[in-house]
Design a protein around this ligand. Structure first.
Ligand code: GTP
Length: 237
């Protein structure tokens, strides 16, 4: 059986230094990293956040926009990122389908679990957009849900840091990177690799959560191929 993974990365990652929108160079870099997985026979599902355009929580902070509407706005932002990533991956010759939790059929397919699995079987990359389709759920939770549904072997949370540390590495020089953490420890110690809903869902379904640096070229592939010099932290049983 070929390996199937779900890669989740934040919308902010696409924005680069400006913190807003999509920077072509970064989009292209990430597309090439993902392509290397597909080229090695790995089935790839993708979830991208929407924070480079809007975050539901922040949008609602001033009280003008209600949280529910803010979250729907955030879900729409993930659609923009998903369509951009589809274009970038297709530019490099990959076969890609975007599936949305909200019905926007002029833009992309609607999420249908069985159809997503069929796409993987045909060697296509599937990008899941619009979160879970519900407010009050993060894209981390959406990514975990999709990973469980498609029976991914792991969910990879690709971030700007190498993994999970015992304390904030930006503030403490002696912060140590943790290799392996249990779900319970992650929840108990409030290690915010993902929100609690996502971690609990991963725990219930024994889905390993890998946290790694997306800007270390080649690292994603090394992790999945279980190479010794792969750099990451893992939350698992
Ligand atoms: P198979 O039939 O399994 O080979 O899959 P397929 O995805 O190639 O077939 P389909 O004819 O369903 O899709 C052809 C193209 O139309 C693909 O690029 C799909 O992403 C796209 N497509 C399919 N359904 C929808 C939809 O509801 N909305 C939009 N916007 N595009 C769709």
């Amino acid at each position: 059986m070929s390996k199937r993974v779900l890669v989740k990365f934040s919308g902010e990652a696409l924005a680069g230094k400006t913190g807003f929108g999509i920077e072509s160079e970064i989009l292209n870099y990430i597309a090439l990293e993902l392509k290397s997985l597909v080229d090695n026979g790995i089935e790839v599902g993708i979830v991208i956040g929407g924070g480079n355009f809007i975050r539901g929580v922040s949008a609602s902070e001033g009280g003008l926009i209600r949280r529910t509407s803010g979250d729907y706005m955030g879900m729409l932002a993930t659609v923009i990122n998903g369509v951009a990533m589809q274009e970038a991956l297709e530019h490099h010759g990959l076969d890609v389908r975007v599936q949305s939790a909200l019905e926007i059929k002029e833009v992309c397919e609607t999420y249908i679990y069985r159809r997503a699995v069929r796409h993987f079987e045909k060697g296509r990359v599937v990008i899941f957009v619009a979160g879970t389709g519900n407010p009050f759920f993060t894209t981390d939770t959406a990514a975990t849900l999709r990973a469980v549904e498609i029976e991914a072997q792991m969910i990879i949370k690709a971030t700007k840091v190498d993994g999970v540390y015992d304390k904030d590495p930006c503030k403490f020089e002696d912060a140590k990177m943790l290799g392996k953490i249990s779900y319970d420890q992650a929840l108990k110690d409030n290690i915010k690799v993902m929100d609690d809903t996502a971690i609990a869902l991963a725990k219930d379904n024994a889905l390993p959560i890998v946290v790694c640096n997306m800007f270390k070229a080649g690292n994603l592939l090394k992790i999945i191929q279980e190479e010794k010099d792969a750099i990451y932290s893992m939350v698992s049983n």
